[in-house]
Write a new protein. Structure first.
Length: 95
């Protein structure tokens, strides 16, 4: 990806994220903190836990965005290898 197209892509992503943040704040800022932490079912996540998960996942993309902007992003030849190794590790721990 060329640097100029990477910058445009990143700028579009940031704009979309800003719009989502504004919509999210408008829809959820008035909620009671207890509502945020309430789990509707045992073993299910609360709204707050879901939001924190999404924040952590989104933050994992920041280094990729930085590399795209700098023009040194390298596509992982085995994008699922990290995911598969974590999955197999969890399976071994459970057995």
């Amino acid at each position: 990806m060329k640097a100029s197209s990477a910058h445009s892509f990143i700028a579009d992503c940031i704009l979309n994220l800003d719009q989502l943040e504004e919509t999210f704040y408008h829809e959820w800022s008035h909620r009671d903190p207890m509502e945020w932490m309430h789990r509707k079912q045992e073993g299910k996540w609360s709204a707050a836990e879901n939001v924190m998960h999404l924040v952590r996942i989104n933050e994992s993309y920041f280094p990729i965005f930085d590399a795209l902007i700098e023009g040194n992003y390298k596509l992982n030849k085995f994008p699922l290898s990290r995911w598969l190794s974590k999955l197999s590790g969890r399976m071994i721990l459970r057995s």
